[in-house]
Design a protein around this ligand. Structure first.
Ligand code: G4P
Length: 529
């Protein structure tokens, strides 16, 4: 084994930030890049967060795809480690993109607003992390504003997320009274320098004169010392429990005031796991692919149409799982389609660079003409197939109706292409010629509608069909499944892989069908294999 193949994966950390909109994800991202020296000037990322706030701006960004392509992955270095931060779209509306991005992350930072605690989207994103038991580091943000009592926040996390919570730091008040945080392991206090004071946040030992200077308010000091003692009563941090996704360490800070951000990066450096082995099928056998395995392998977790609308170029975001990738290498999909990767792109905060070599934990962008779909496995032998990029049962279904019926073939191609890219899902009903598109969030439908119009020039009405939801079907006995499919032809459809899907008017209908057919599984997720 080459030395680099052994050591490089140990230096990679792949993580994502999950949060409810406005909790401060963009600000934190920017200040992480600043703190690590990856960018030198504020404003780059924030401008993006700002522009995203309205849907029309978001659509514009989506159309000028270059911008979001380069920001989907951000790489920075710190303490000799390479961090790949995967961007989960920060829109109020939920999309499958977010789910899929999380399947490529090894760790997540959960950002909470100290005044708001767990919000609806935090919960949704957390549930996705839980599907894979991704370890989570909690960052409670905006301590420079009045917040909820941290003990109550911890109880809320414990109760709503069923996680063991360990504060690694404890804050001295919040808002106007905020003085800083104590590191409960080292007993050092990080004093908060008031904005515009010209001071810097500095570390001070908890006892001695220096700390006295930070606390000109005796009552506050008393309150804080008591609370910090109580905070020590929480269980000790247990790395194994964290890695298994059962325990979350909690940090406090203010992204906007650059307070606690470096400490958070240090926590990631210390605790976020290096790339791990991934389960896969190799030539039909269950195997574990280790980062140090010689064969290059990985999977595509995101596909994005390229800037040039005249060419249907796409960039596939490929998360490496094993091997030593070299530019120009020939890789194959699990269906045997080969492609030579001559122009792989790596994403640094402000630039894109050609990737000469890459290892497990790296994310490279592979330009292609539609060969690579979301969920596709790509390896040297073409025999490795990773599980784990799920499709989610759509919560919104629409029937596509053409204004010009002669364009049916074009529409089918367009919808198939968008489904391959993962923009929306596509279902072809067993009866009738209409096609049904599905999405988890309504923004996906808007993006699709816009792209059908601008890229494909098709006039299409999207109508509400007589179904509301869909389930993938599975059964250990093929004959039972076939009988069910034949009997329920009016409700049956095929997805883009030809797998059977049951379209239902309501979840009550699904419950009823399930009760009548106990050996058939009605699945809300499907893992692409
Ligand atoms: P998001 O990506 O999670 O949606 O949040 P974003 O970073 O855009 O932050 C949302 C708002 O919260 C922004 O204010 C941002 O400045 C503010 N914010 C983020 N972190 C902190 C913090 O630690 N303390 C305080 N006080 N505010 C914070 P905005 O008014 O919506 O935008 P802007 O005009 O300040 O850019």
């Amino acid at each position: 084994m080459s030395k680099a193949l052994e050591t490089e994966p140990t230096k990679r950390r792949v993580f994502a930030i999950i949060s409810h909109p406005d909790a401060g994800k963009t600000t934190l991202t920017e200040n992480m890049l600043l703190a690590s020296g990856a960018i030198h000037q504020a404003g780059k990322v924030a401008a993006r967060g700002e522009a995203r706030r309205t849907q029309s701006d978001w659509m514009k960004i989506e159309q000028e795809r270059g911008i979001s392509v380069s920001s989907s992955v951000m790489t920075f270095e710190h303490q000799g480690l390479t961090f790949n931060l995967l961007d989960t779209p920060g829109h109020e509306d939920f999309s499958e993109d977010t789910y899929r991005t999380l399947t490529a992350a090894d760790c997540a930072v959960m950002v909470l607003d100290v005044a708001k605690g767990i919000e609806p989207q935090t919960l949704k994103l957390f549930e996705v992390c839980r599907l894979r038991d991704i370890p989570i580091i909690t960052f409670i943000n905006k301590l420079d504003r009045e917040g909820v009592d941290p003990f109550d926040l911890i109880t809320e996390i414990e109760e709503k997320l069923a996680l063991d919570v360990v504060p690694m730091q404890w804050p001295a008040a919040s808002g106007r009274r905020f003085r800083g945080v104590v590191d409960l392991r080292t007993n050092q206090f990080l004093t908060f320098a008031k904005p515009d004071s010209g001071d810097e946040h500095t570390w001070t030992p908890m006892d001695g004169n220096a700390i006295g200077a930070a606390f000109d308010d005796d009552a506050l000091w008393e309150e804080f010392s008591e609370e910090a003692e109580l905070a020590r009563e929480y269980p000790d941090f247990n790395e194994q429990s964290f890695r298994e996704g059962h325990m979350t360490p909690v940090y406090f800070g203010s992204a906007l005031r650059k307070f606690g951000v470096l400490e958070l990066i240090n926590a990631l450096a210390e605790f976020a796991p290096m790339p791990q082995s991934e389960r896969a099928k190799k030539a039909g056998q269950d195997v574990e692919i280790a980062p140090t395995d010689k064969e290059v392998s990985g999977f595509v977790f995101k596909v994005q149409a390229n800037m040039d609308l005249n060419h249907r170029d796409r960039i596939a975001f490929y998360r490496m799982v094993s091997g030593e990738f070299k530019r120009g290498m020939k890789l194959k999909t699990a269906d045997g389609k080969g492609l030579s990767v001559h122009n792989p792109v790596m994403f640094f905060a402000q630039d894109r660079e050609l990737a000469e070599t890459a290892y497990a934990g790296d994310v490279i962008g592979i330009p292609n003409h539609g060969v690579l779909r979301v969920g596709e496995s790509l390896s040297e032998s073409g025999k490795i197939r990773f599980a784990g990029i799920p499709n989610f049962a759509p919560e919104i279904l629409r029937r596509a109706r053409l204004e010009d019926p002669l364009k049916a073939k074009h529409l089918r191609k367009a919808l198939e292409s968008l489904a391959e890219e993962g923009v929306t899902q596509l279902f072809k009903p067993a009866m009738g010629a209409d096609m049904i598109v599905g999405a988890v969030g309504s923004l996906q439908i808007d993006v699709m509608r816009e792209r059908i119009k601008t890229e494909y020039g098709l006039g299409v009405q999207f109508e509400v069909p007589p179904y509301q939801t869909a389930r993938w079907l599975a059964c250990d006995d093929d004959a039972t499944l076939k009988t069910f499919v034949d009997k329920n032809m009016v409700n049956m459809a095929e997805d883009i892989d030809g797998d059977p899907v049951f379209l239902a008017k309501s979840s009550w209908d699904i419950g009823y069908a399930q009760e009548k057919n106990p050996t058939i599984r009605f699945l809300t997720t499907k893992e692409r294999r």
